[in-house]
Ligand binder design. Structure first.
Ligand SMILES: [Mn+2]
Length: 407
């Protein structure tokens, strides 16, 4: 007998941050939570899963209209073909769902007070409690009874069981608290990163069903659990996502020049397209390291980003390139150059002195006002933060340019 465990589906999450990326396939990305859910249903059909367990945050806050709820029920309706029962608890994101829709008979929402739902013929009991409010700061475990003899005990809980700081500290508990209940499998939700906290007995976060942002990178999906004679015999992860997020960092070495930078970026894009196995690869790149390419980054960073974007379009629809960050540093450390003899060192020391002398710096900056006025809003010589950035860039450029000839 098979059971599928998923959590944090956040169906119809609006993914608001995406519109700032020029040419982002927004509809494809926004539709990803629904497509992933359809993939989950497909998996249940293919595996003839007896149970589908949803451990909270099925939705992404209250429905804006009925469409989300109606779509969900329609997608779920296919499970009737194989007689799958759905067991769910509400998490912090769906505790206040529009209540106007009645759930169908095969969908069992466990109560806020906590309940144990028995399936005698299958020898399985589900213990769970839905979030009574959005912010639950005490453990919900007192609402869960101890394991029942002779049955396979499955706990369903939306909780922060790892003191994760990336997520709200809701319904907190520890792995020991969970093991104390004596269950065979604890189906957890809330933490979006997949984690098997304990094996046999199992305590598992499947992670969110579909990543929604660059930091939710890597494979995303659900757990396929096999139960034999009231015991869990295996549990394995299945990737059901339709978009895979990549948060990639390129670290350049001292000798890496602009060509090397572009080659490495192309390599990362191609690797992401390959690793995503037919899914859309959504990539964020950050380039760092003290390198020869730094002068070009300072000089024509915008062009470099455009060039990387052009390379991404070569990969057709396989890759969506979001943010590209160029955080390189000069190959020679400025401290070392500053301490040396000669003109370079003198200029760098002068920049260092200016940086510490607010009055003198402001005077230099205001001398630029006639030029700055022509540039409009983008240049604000009155803004100390802007002036500091210009000074940093000038220092980097100077260091790079003046040492290039020395090598
Ligand atoms: Mn969540």
């Amino acid at each position: 007998m098979k059971l599928v465990h998923a959590a944090d589906l956040h169906v119809d999450s609006p993914m608001l941050g995406l519109s700032r990326y020029e040419g982002a396939p927004v509809e494809r990305l926004r539709g990803a939570t629904r497509r992933a859910f359809e993939g989950l249903v497909e998996l249940c059909l293919r595996e003839r899963a007896r149970f589908l367990v949803l451990a909270g945050d099925v939705f992404d806050d209250d429905w804006r209209d009925m469409n989300t709820g109606l779509w969900f029920l329609k997608a779920l309706g296919r499970l009737r073909e194989v007689g799958t029962d759905v067991v769910l608890v509400r998490g912090n994101h769906d505790f206040q769902l529009t209540a106007a829709l009645a759930w169908p008979s095969y969908l069992h929402e466990l109560s806020k007070e906590g309940e144990s739902l028995r399936f005698e013929r299958e020898g399985v009991v589900f213990h769970g409690a839905s979030f009574p409010s959005r912010h639950v700061h005490e453990s919900l475990l007192p609402r869960y009874c101890h394991a029942l003899q002779g049955l396979c005990n499955v706990g369903v809980l939306h909780t922060n069981a790892t003191a994760s700081r990336e997520h709200g500290d809701y319904a907190p508990c520890t792995v020991e608290d969970l093991l104390d209940k004596g269950y065979d499998y604890f189906a957890l939700g809330h933490v979006h990163r997949r984690a098997v906290l304990h094996r046999a007995p199992w305590v598992v976060y499947p992670g969110n069903l579909q990543g929604r942002q660059f930091r939710e990178d890597g494979p995303k999906g659900c757990m396929l659990v096999e139960i034999d004679e009231a015991r869990v015999s295996s549990a394995r992860f299945v990737d059901t996502s339709v978009v895979r997020w990549f948060d990639r960092r390129i670290t350049l070495a001292t000798d890496d020049d602009l060509d090397a930078l572009l080659a490495r970026a192309r390599e990362e894009l191609r690797a992401a397209a390959g690793a995503s196995e037919g899914r859309l690869a959504a990539v964020r790149l950050s380039v760092e390291g003290a390198c020869a390419a730094h002068a070009a980054v300072i000089d024509r960073g915008g062009w470099i980003v455009d060039q990387i974007r052009a390379d991404a379009t070569d990969l057709d629809d396989a890759v969506f390139l979001g943010e590209v960050r160029l955080d390189t540093a000069p190959a020679a450390t400025i401290e070392a150059l500053r301490a040396a003899q000669g003109l370079v060192a003198e200029l760098l020391r002068e920049i260092e002195r200016l940086r510490a002398d607010e009055v003198d710096l402001a005077a230099h900056a205001s001398a630029l006002a006639p030029i700055a006025n022509k540039a409009g809003d983008v240049v604000d010589v009155e803004d100390p933060a802007f002036v500091a950035r210009v000074l940093d860039a000038a220092e980097a450029l100077l260091a790079q340019r003046l040492t290039e000839g020395e090598g």
